[in-house]
Design a protein around this ligand. Structure first.
Ligand SMILES: Cc1cc2nc3c(=O)[nH]c(=O)nc-3n(C[C@H](O)[C@H](O)[C@H](O)COP(=O)(O)O)c2cc1C
Length: 326
């Protein structure tokens, strides 16, 4: 296996896990593995790379998630990822959106394990980075445990370095991507069984996990836990991750106030470099829910912070509206 097995990651999420949100998460946790949003093979090869692939050194360890189905193109993408300094390349075999299906990638590739295997093989041959796969427990009628096992076995033989399993099946038609994250039931037992029956394969579980306590329980059964929506809705939960999940006794817990304060120099530099404040602060809207002043915090950020000329001091002004507990 290539790479370090990390027990906790933040899931790739389109329009959410961009470089700014990742830098914010890094104020809370040094060790959790972070992912980019999904980037298609064509975007990596033909798009504006600074915009699509650029990141700050503090974001390591960082995985680039790719969407695609062409082994040669994906291998080229993996080379680009290595040149840019990413720590891992992950292939998306879990997204059921129609746009993604029309490109023949995402969850529909669960029906084509050989294609995925060839892609993994080609990427592994191209670079020394870990090549990992994020997938579902099943799609459509192919949703039995044995179907998933057959998929994993084929892809494991190609050398995949970790399987991140969203513990729900996806319906390729009839459900929106959002419904596909809530309607099919979670089947954690299938993922646990996969780890039991394939103990040598690094297995990460994903889906519906919202606390570090639940994370620790899952870690009794699998190697790693991936948290998606809860990381966005309640990023503060990662403030204790280095200590509780990674066992780093020296890591002090960080609260959301401290994380926002620590983010300020990044915000200053981003705005000074011509970036817009709102690109960063839009990710902070969910913070401090329930605390006195949280509404005012959101108001200041959305009214003053969204102006094209908003300066970085708006963030400090918004933070000053929230009363710290205790
Ligand atoms: C807004 C949003 C965007 C997402 N984008 C991606 C993506 O780009 N790639 C991917 O593999 N999964 C994507 N997902 C799925 C998540 O990575 C994750 O598998 C799913 O949300 C289940 O985990 P959770 O219950 O912890 O949120 C997305 C989910 C959300 C909510």
């Amino acid at each position: 296996m290539r790479g370090t097995l990390r027990p906790l990651s933040v899931a790739p999420m389109m329009a959410r896990t961009d470089r700014h949100f990742r830098v914010f998460l890094r104020q809370l946790t040094r060790r959790t593995l972070l992912y980019t949003e999904m980037v298609t093979q064509h975007a990596v090869l033909h798009g504006d790379r600074d915009k699509i692939l650029g990141f700050s050194p503090i974001e390591h360890p960082l995985a680039l998630q790719l969407g695609g189905d062409d082994p040669a193109l994906l291998a080229e993408c993996a080379r680009v990822a290595a040149d840019w300094g990413y720590d891992e390349v992950n292939l998306n075999v879990g997204c059921p959106s129609e746009r993604v299906q029309s490109g023949n990638f995402g969850a529909c590739l669960m029906l084509e394990p050989d294609t995925v295997a060839r892609a993994v093989e080609a990427m592994r041959a191209a670079v020394d980075l870990p090549i990992t796969v994020k997938h579902r427990i099943g799609v459509d009628e192919r949703d039995g445990y044995d179907d998933m096992l057959a998929f994993v076995d084929v892809v494991a033989r190609a050398g995949a370095d970790r399987f991140s399993v969203h513990a729900r099946k996806a319906w390729l038609s009839g459900l929106s991507p959002k419904q596909n994250r809530t309607v099919p039931p979670l089947r954690y037992a299938d993922v646990y069984r996969l780890k039991r029956e394939r103990p040598d394969l690094p297995i990460e579980i994903n889906g519906g996990i919202t606390t570090l306590e639940a994370t620790l329980e899952h870690l009794e059964h699998v190697d790693a836990v991936m948290i998606g929506r809860a990381a966005y809705d309640d990023p503060g939960l990662f403030g204790a991750a280095d200590r509780l999940v990674f066992g780093d006794a020296a890591a002090p817990d960080v609260d959301a106030f401290t994380a926002v304060e620590r983010l300020q120099p990044y915000v200053d530099a981003w705005v000074a470099g011509g970036g817009r404040l709102h690109q960063v602060t839009r990710h902070l809207m969910g913070l401090f829910a329930g605390l006195p002043g949280a509404r005012r915090f959101r108001q200041v950020l959305s009214e003053q912070g969204a102006r094209p000329t908003a300066g970085p001091e708006v963030l400090a002004r918004a933070l000053a509206c929230v009363r710290r507990p205790g």
